[in-house]
Write a protein that binds this ligand. Structure first.
Ligand code: C2O
Length: 541
């Protein structure tokens, strides 16, 4: 195993997109930032120099961070932010997982431009559980505003209303030629006929699930969220923000050029969203240049059947590298509702603002000390260990017209509630998407662990009927689950890593509204199950 060391210089970068110039925050002068390549077992060391005007942290999305919770990165959860002019070194091992992950800023909406790929290949000498691809290509799907994203977020928050929608989607930072002034801002991939490519697709968008398609070509899914899957052939990939999908693409069509395209999947009715399409182009080497490359037929924005088919047809590669069997004995059963409501906000324009909650708790980040420091140093008053295992009242979860009239559902109290878990506890969570103030889809992300997705469906979860649908043999393993709109998903994980692990909606519009909680996983009995002290350079608040 090797030590892989990088420096991130985070600073202003002026870029030209969609007919105008923007000053954005970016890493090492590039957008997206650098692709980090490691092998399973390696140690990654990243020195982050914050030369930007903002508070900053970097999160390594999906990394298990075994005994290295101090390097996880969510703002005020595992660390205080790195102030402008400050620095912090993230150091951790990549263990027991391989595939595609990514890194992003975990403060405000800065991740719109502070992000990049993190690729974990097998240890040297170990093969992929699929034929070796000729080349590997990261495909980062992003979202672009003709504005400063930090301002977009804070204005919306102060007004208590939904934020402005984005102006474009991007592929590897480029919007593609369907947008104004963007003819040359298009991602191009050259391929050789009959060769197979591994596309490492990352949804780094801020607020949208996305469809991804390539004209005339099928793709074979071989991994999601850095966990191998049974090969699954599809003509469309669907991803929620935070999710990754690895696909094999064989250049087996007539030599020519073909567009790849991504557009929004929005399942909720009446929501404003960016309904544009980004595209890139695949060109066969030596092909005659045709007048127009072929465009894929992209799904309609509300094509829930296509999304649901993709999400439910993926199965884990049971017995493959790093496969973990589904825990059968459950220590902690949780039923967690989440959705949108209203919070009292004296500083907001109308005295209230939109909010989001889990089990009717709207999460507020602590201000003076991170949760992890509070846990490690036993500081009281930072969080309360009272996050409930079930919603405070029972209701008809998906009946918006009734629920919106119930003040105890609509108005969500704010708190910093966490759930404390014993080391090695097995947890089953029913994630029930609710309809209160409208209904939306929520990509729920758990830090520090992958979970098995046992089943998912629409409507109210029915413990008797729906538990019969559990896949306990080869369910997909993920760190982010797109809980179906007006529906539910059941997940299980083993809390075998001490620390504080954030769980939240990966739509950045919902996170500051409070759609979050955290798990505090206690230390185990041995040195190998005890969180070491923080690094000396951990930023102070
Ligand atoms: Cu991709 Cu809490 O983050």
């Amino acid at each position: 195993a090797a030590i892989v060391e990088h420096s991130f210089h985070v600073q202003n970068l002026t870029v030209r997109r969609l007919c105008s110039e923007q000053v954005v925050t970016a890493v090492n002068g590039s957008l997206p930032g650098p692709t980090l390549r490691v092998r399973e077992g390696d140690t990654l060391i990243v020195h982050v120099f914050n030369m930007s005007p903002y508070n900053l942290t970097i999160h390594w999305h999906g990394v298990f961070q075994i005994l290295s919770a101090w390097a996880d990165g969510p703002n005020m959860i595992t660390q205080c932010p790195i102030p402008p002019g400050g620095k912090y070194t993230y150091k951790f091992k990549l263990l027991q997982q391989e595939g595609t992950l990514w890194w992003h800023s975990h403060v405000s909406w800065l991740r719109a431009t502070v992000y990049g790929a993190l690729i974990i290949r097998p240890r040297s000498g170990r093969p992929y559980p699929f034929p070796k691809p000729y080349k590997e290509v990261p495909i980062l799907l992003g979202e672009w505003w003709n504005a400063n994203v930090v301002d977009v977020e804070s204005q919306a928050f102060a007004l208590g209303i939904p934020p402005n929608i984005s102006d474009a989607y991007t592929i590897n930072g480029l919007p593609g030629d369907l947008y104004n002034c963007s003819e040359n801002k298009i991602f191009k991939l050259k391929v050789q006929k009959e060769k197979t490519y591994l596309l490492r697709i990352i949804n780094a968008a801020i607020n949208n699930e996305l469809f991804f398609k390539i004209a005339n070509h099928k793709m074979t899914v071989v991994a999601v969220d850095a966990a191998y899957t049974v090969p699954y052939v599809t003509d469309v990939v669907v991803t929620g923000p935070g999710q990754t999908v690895d696909v094999l693409l064989t250049a087996d069509q007539e030599a020519g050029s073909y567009y790849m395209a991504a557009n929004a999947y929005v399942s909720a009715a009446g929501v404003r969203f960016d309904n544009t399409t980004t595209r890139g182009i695949i060109v066969y080497e030596g092909a005659p240049t045709p007048a127009t490359p072929i465009m894929p037929r992209v799904p309609a924005f509300n094509d829930t059947p296509t999304a649901h088919k993709f999400f439910t047809n993926i199965t884990g590669l049971a017995g493959g590298p790093h496969w973990v069997p589904v825990p059968r004995q459950i220590d902690e059963r949780m039923f967690v509702t989440f959705g949108l409501g209203i919070s009292i906000c004296p500083t907001c324009l109308n005295g209230t603002r939109l909010s989001a909650s889990m089990n009717n708790h709207s999460f507020v980040r602590p201000a003076s000390l991170s949760l992890l420091q509070a846990f490690f140093f036993n500081v009281s008053g930072i969080y309360t260990p009272d996050f409930p295992d079930t919603p405070p009242i029972k209701f008809d979860y998906t009946n918006a017209s009734i629920n919106v009239l119930n003040p105890s559902l609509l108005i969500t109290p704010q708190s910093t509630s966490v759930k404390v878990l014993k080391y090695n506890a097995t947890v089953e969570m029913v994630l029930q998407n609710t309809a209160i103030l409208g209904v939306e889809n929520h990509p729920m992300h758990l830090h520090g662990f992958n979970f098995h997705v046992l089943a998912q469906g629409f409507g109210n979860y029915d413990p008797i009927k729906d538990s019969k649908k559990f896949n306990l043999v080869n369910p997909q393993s993920r760190n982010t689950i797109g809980v179906p709109v007006g529906g539910w998903a059941v997940i299980r994980f083993i809390a075998n890593n001490p620390g504080v692990w954030f769980m939240h909606c990966h739509l950045d519009v919902h996170l500051p509204w409070g759609l979050a909680t955290a798990f505090v996983v206690e230390n185990g009995p041995t040195k190998e199950s005890t969180l070491p002290p923080p690094p000396a350079d951990l930023p102070h608040c």
